[in-house]
Each structure stands twice: as structure tokens, then as C-alpha cells.
Design a protein. Structure first.
Length: 218
């Protein structure tokens, strides 16, 4: 049984490796890799999109790059632009987070691929710091924001006073339509003829910008 588990896992991993360079929507059976005649399974490069996206857990000064427009990895360029409304909702932390170490503000920056920064807002329910510069300040979650015309990227950065912030999780909802893919998702499933199966869910995000490039002054 242990040997079959290792074989199934190795086959699923081989499926991931073979799918890395394939475009979204691709699929194939593991038998095409000529791994082992006792192994069966399939690999899918998922192209499912949604109007809602949940971020990773963001800590102090951590930034996430969110793709508002469709991105072509081959040519390293955007194939369209986004103009419209989006709603940002707080998932974590919950409760009265403004009274402890979880106090934070969220910096929201909009970028165009060639024109750079084209808009910036700060969502601050707790007023943890005085933010200077030309910044629109919003005061509550959830909040709906109209993106500047021809936006490509949305940068989300956590501003906090305490290093003990446990992390912030957000959902970004598109008011109309679905968001483009945020990276490559590969699902590889392998099974032995004895019924042992392994499934690997692999996600590779599109390039993330360094937070040092866009810093708000205090």
C-alpha cells in the first residue's frame, strides 16, 4: 500500500510538471506521459473564472498584486483594460479589531501597465496613523470603489502599527462580470490499479510587484 501511495503521488507530480507550460483550458490523461501502465488519471489546467476573489492572509506591510485585466504570460502584456466598480469586503480579522494589535488600514493603488500609478485610496476604520499626500480616504468595510479608467492592476497593502497583527484577509468582488484569471491553476489526479489515489492542486500566481515600489508617506 505504501508503495502504491508513492507511485500515485509521483505520477500526480509528473502531471503538474508536464502542465506547467500549457495554456489554461488544457487537459490530458496521465497515460500520455508513459509513466506506468498501472497508473491512470488526468491533468487539468483550470480556466474557471469568478466575480469574487479571496486574498491570501496579508500581514503588516505585505502587498498583494491583483490583476484587474487579462494578462498574457507569453508576451508579458495585458490584452484588455478594466473600468468599473469593485467591492472590497473584510473577511479577517473579525470583531472589534480596532481595539488591539489587529488595528490596520488598507492602501489600495490602481496601476496602468505603461502609465504607472493612476489612483490611490486608503480604507481606514481605525485611524491608526495620519496619512499624508493626495489620497482619498474611505472609512468602512465593505466599500465599493470605482476604478480609474484603463486600470490593469490593483495593489493591496496593509498598513499597521503593530508587528503582532495576525493578518488580514479580503474579498474583492466585481460588481459586473467576472475577474480574469489570477494565475495558473493545475489539478492533477493519479490512481493505481489497486485503488490508491492522489490529487494535487497547484497554483502559480502571475508576477507580484514588490511593495517597496509603492509606499505611502506618514
Amino acid at each position: 500500500m505504501e508503495q502504491d501511495q508513492k507511485k500515485a503521488l509521483a505520477a500526480a507530480e509528473a502531471g503538474i510538471d508536464a502542465a506547467i507550460k500549457l495554456p489554461s483550458g488544457s487537459s490530458f490523461g496521465l497515460e500520455t506521459l508513459n509513466l506506468d501502465e498501472t497508473i491512470s488519471g488526468n491533468v487539468l489546467v483550470d480556466n474557471t473564472v469568478s466575480s469574487s476573489f479571496t486574498t491570501q492572509l496579508l500581514v503588516k506591510d505585505k502587498q498583494q498584486t491583483f490583476y484587474l485585466a487579462s494578462y498574457d504570460l507569453t508576451n508579458n502584456s495585458f490584452t484588455d483594460e478594466f473600468s468599473g466598480d469593485l467591492t472590497i469586503t473584510l473577511v479577517k480579522p473579525t470583531g472589534d479589531y480596532c481595539s488591539g494589535d489587529n488595528k490596520f488600514a488598507l492602501e489600495v493603488s490602481f496601476l496602468h501597465q505603461t502609465n504607472g500609478l493612476i489612483g490611490r485610496k486608503v480604507i481606514d476604520e481605525c485611524n491608526p496613523a495620519t496619512i499624508s499626500g493626495t489620497v482619498d480616504k474611505l472609512t468602512s468595510f465593505p466599500t465599493t470603489i470605482t476604478a480609474p479608467a484603463a486600470s490593469h492592476l490593483l495593489l493591496l497593502r496593509i498598513i499597521a502599527l503593530s508587528n503582532n497583527l495576525t493578518g488580514v484577509e479580503l474579498t474583492i468582488n466585481r460588481v459586473s462580470g467576472d475577474w480574469p484569471l489570477q494565475g495558473k491553476t493545475i489539478i492533477s489526479t493519479a490512481a493505481t490499479n489497486t485503488g490508491v489515489s492522489k490529487k494535487i492542486h497547484f497554483f502559480q500566481s502571475y508576477p507580484q510587484l514588490q511593495s517597496e515600489l509603492f509606499v505611502t508617506s506618514f
